[in-house]
Ligand binder design. Structure first.
Ligand code: GLU
Length: 419
């Protein structure tokens, strides 16, 4: 008789709920606490008209989800992507809560998204979409309530426009409403590199435990946006050998190691696929390369039950949010692959966002060295406490990271008398 294979659930909202259940069961969290944590406190769906360059008017749709504000105001990026859905944004806001919890930042999780392809918009249209979305969510965001930031396909310039729109609406300069801004309007030194830098700190901690040296370590990176591209640069500077990278158009492989400045130049002028002498590979093939470290730095659900078995990396550092499904996690665990989970590996971005917000509130700005040192301390401490807890409970790093977070949020909910 033919065995029917159950189709894997790839809905990120249901995936994060599953991850919560796993960690909550180990902690024996009371069911009412789990029920609160399994859904966002507030989700706003908006639509707003934008005048296009050709004179037409297009209506854009977007969302802002605020998961849990027991610990502090909600915090998290805004993505511009054609595949944005409400469930995705809800899940991403929940991952933000747990991410902030892992590092111990005084924030809950939030996330926003606009359904659009920024590559098809002119600079003027992009500005009007950015301002239109901020206007549409202005009632529920603010320096003390919910603080957005960049995410997939959004930039410091977009944060600058959004900050300007919010400040005009409120009649007061409000840099603390959003982070990841250009330096000229209250951005923090080191914020642009922070996600990648934080990810590198977690990789170095993981390697330390195994005694392996960077110079003997190969890396493949999927995604060449803010996180992937800067991680490639920082890892190269540390002596790692980056053998493969990709972007949404495909990837390149070069066993002797890619020249990362050259890749960057091609990314800016033509396409990374023009790299001379490299083998063209697909995004799927990149995930299955025989490398030491695999860094998924693009979107969700790229490592699933369908391909996890073919992953040959020893470590996976999740610079993206939600790249690995729970079924894939189980397969990787079985194979002995160590996954540094998203809520730990990519927490550097929101950590320096927190520093930016603190600087905005104080109107007092720090040097890049100060920011990077504080980031390093935060990431190393976070990694160490997750690794310790995972070891104690004999669970993977993801479950350990969830456990730390869930306990922090539960404690805050208790202290506020919610439970
Ligand atoms: N979008 C980033 C993330 O997923 C940064 C969020 C922030 O800085 O608030 O962590």
């Amino acid at each position: 008789m033919q065995k029917t294979v159950e189709k894997e659930n790839l809905n990120p909202y249901e995936i994060v709920q599953k991850q919560i259940d796993t960690a909550a069961a180990l902690l024996r969290l009371p069911s009412h606490a789990v029920e609160i944590l399994k859904r966002p406190k507030r989700v706003l769906a908006v639509s707003f008209p934008v005048k296009m360059d050709d004179g037409s008017v297009r209506v854009f749709e977007g969302f802002r989800s605020q998961h849990n504000d027991a610990v502090g105001p909600t915090k998290g990026g805004i993505r511009f992507h054609p595949d944005v859905t409400m469930d995705e944004v809800k899940a991403l806001s929940m991952w933000m809560s747990f991410k902030c919890g892992v590092v111990g930042l005084p924030y809950g999780g939030g996330k926003g998204g606009v359904i659009c392809d920024p590559h098809e918009l002119s600079a003027g249209e992009l500005e009007r979409v950015s301002r239109g979305f901020m206007e549409a969510i202005a009632d529920i965001v603010g320096p003390d309530t919910d603080i957005p930031a960049p995410d997939v396909y959004t930039t410091p310039q977009i944060m600058g426009w959004m900050m300007d729109t919010y400040s005009r609406l409120k009649g007061a300069y409000s840099p603390g409403v959003i982070t990841g801004k250009p330096l000229a309007v209250g951005g923090s030194k080191g914020r642009n590199e922070a996600t990648a830098r934080g990810c590198v700190f977690t990789i170095l901690e993981a390697l330390k435990d195994s005694g392996r040296k960077p110079a003997e370590t190969t890396v493949a990176i999927q995604g060449y946006g803010n996180a992937g591209r800067i991680a490639a640069r920082l890892l190269t500077e540390l002596g790692f050998r980056i053998v493969a990278v990709s972007d949404s158009r495909g990837g390149i492989y070069h066993g002797a190691g890619l020249n990362i400045p050259k890749v960057g130049q091609l990314k800016d002028t033509s396409t990374i696929l023009d790299y001379p002498g490299a083998t063209a590979i697909s995004n799927e093939q990149l995930l299955e390369l025989e490398v030491d470290i695999l860094i998924p730095a693009a979107l969700e659900n790229v490592i699933t039950a369908a391909n996890a078995d073919r992953v040959r990396a020893k470590w996976i550092a999740e610079a993206a949010n939600g790249p690995t499904t729970p079924d894939a996690d189980a397969i990787l665990r079985e194979k002995g692959v160590v996954v540094i989970p998203d809520i730990l590996a990519n927490a550097g971005g929101v950590t320096v966002s927190y520093f930016e917000w603190v600087q905005n509130l104080m109107h007092y700005y720090w040097s890049e060295q100060e920011v990077n040192e504080k980031l390093q301390t935060a990431m190393v401490n976070a990694y160490r406490s997750v690794a310790e807890l995972a070891e104690k409970y004999k669970v993977d790093l993801r479950t350990g990271a969830y456990m730390i977070s869930l306990l922090r949020i539960k404690e805050a909910m208790e202290a506020r008398g919610w439970i």
